[in-house]
Design a protein around this ligand. Structure first.
Ligand code: HEM
Ligand code: HEM
Length: 220
C-alpha cells in the first residue's frame, strides 16, 4: 500500500537549495566589478557544495548514491519513449532523463568553477575568460531544461517533485523509503555554509589583478 515515505535525505536537500542559491547568486554578481568579491564567494560556495555532493554520491543514502541513478542509454531512451506514449515509467529516485541532466549540471558546475579559479590565478590574463563565460551560460541552459523537466514530470506523474525536494517525502511502498534523515549532517552543512558566508575575506591581490582585465564590463 502506498504511503508517505522518505526519499531525499537532508544533506541532499541542503545541497540542492544551497546550490540553487549559489548558482543564481553567482550569475547575478558576475557582470560588474563592484560585486566581484560576492561572485567569487558564491563561486567557491558552489565548488564546496559540488565537492560534498561527489562524496555523498558514493557514501550517501540510497537515492542520493550515484549508483542508484546510473542509467544506460537504452533505459534512458525507453524512458523518453514512455513519456511520448503518455505512459511514463515511474522512478522513485531520479528518472533517467533527470539523472543525465544532474550529471551534466554537476560537471558544468565543476568546470565553471574550475575556469573561474583559473581566472583568479592568471590574475589579469584572458585565457579563461571566454571558457568561463561559455561554461556558465551552458550551465544556465541546462538549468532551464532541468526546471522544465521537473515541471513536466511533476505534471505527467501527478507528483509534486519540488515539494519532495523540500520535504524529502514522496508517495511509495513502505520498504522503498530510506530509514535515516542524516539531520546532523544537514546541521553541520548549514553551520559551515553560514560561517563561510560570514567569515569570507576577499583576497585583495586577486581582485586587483582581475579588475584591470574586466573593467570593460562596467561600460557594457
Ligand atoms: C570558484 C568559482 C568561480 C570563480 C573563482 C569565478 C571567478 C570569476 C571572475 C574572476 C570573473 C571575472 C572575469 C573577467 O571579467 O575578467 C568571473 C566572471 C563571470 N563568472 Fe565567474 N567565477 C566562479 C564561478 C562562477 C559560476 C558558478 C558562474 C555561473 C554559474 C559564473 C559566471 C560568471 C559569468 C557569467 C561571468 C562574466 C563573464 C564575462 O562577462 O566576461 N562564475 N568569474
Ligand atoms: C538554479 C539552478 C539549479 C541547479 C544547478 C539544480 C541542480 C540540481 C541537481 C544537481 C539535482 C540533483 C539533486 C541530487 O540528487 O543531489 C537536482 C534535483 C532537483 N531539482 Fe534542481 N537545480 C536547480 C534549480 C532548481 C529549481 C529552481 C527547482 C524547482 C523549481 C529545482 C527542482 C529540483 C527537483 C524537484 C529535483 C529532484 C528531481 C527528481 O525528482 O529527480 N531545481 N537539481
Amino acid at each position: 500500500m502506498s504511503q508517505r515515505i522518505l526519499v531525499w535525505d537532508i544533506p541532499t536537500r541542503v545541497f540542492h537549495w544551497a546550490l540553487v542559491l549559489s548558482f543564481v547568486g553567482a550569475f547575478l554578481t558576475s557582470e560588474t566589478e563592484r560585486t566581484r568579491d560576492l561572485h567569487l564567494m558564491l563561486g567557491y560556495l558552489m565548488l564546496g557544495l559540488i565537492a560534498f555532493r561527489l562524496v555523498w554520491g558514493l557514501v550517501g543514502s540510497r537515492y542520493a548514491r550515484f549508483a542508484s541513478f546510473l542509467f544506460s542509454p537504452t533505459e534512458t531512451l525507453a524512458y523518453v519513449k514512455s513519456l511520448y506514449q503518455r505512459t511514463p515509467r515511474h522512478y522513485l529516485g531520479h528518472n533517467p532523463a533527470g539523472a543525465w541532466s544532474i550529471f551534466l549540471l554537476l560537471s558544468l558546475g565543476l568546470l565553471a568553477c574550475g575556469s573561474g579559479v583559473g581566472l583568479v590565478l592568471e590574475s589579469g590574463g584572458e585565457l579563461f575568460e571566454e571558457p568561463h563565460e561559455t561554461l556558465a551560460y551552458a550551465m544556465l541552459a541546462v538549468v532551464f531544461v532541468h526546471v522544465a523537466g521537473v515541471v513536466v514530470s511533476s505534471l505527467l506523474h501527478h507528483e509534486n517533485l519540488v515539494g519532495a525536494m523540500v520535504s524529502g517525502h514522496k508517495s511509495g511502498e513502505a520498504d522503498q523509503g530510506i530509514a535515516r534523515h542524516f539531520g546532523w549532517l544537514g546541521v553541520i552543512m548549514a553551520i559551515i555554509i553560514a560561517s563561510f558566508l560570514m567569515l569570507y575575506q576577499p583576497s585583495g591581490t586577486s581582485t586587483a589583478g582581475i579588475g584591470t582585465s574586466s573593467t570593460h564590463h562596467e561600460e557594457d
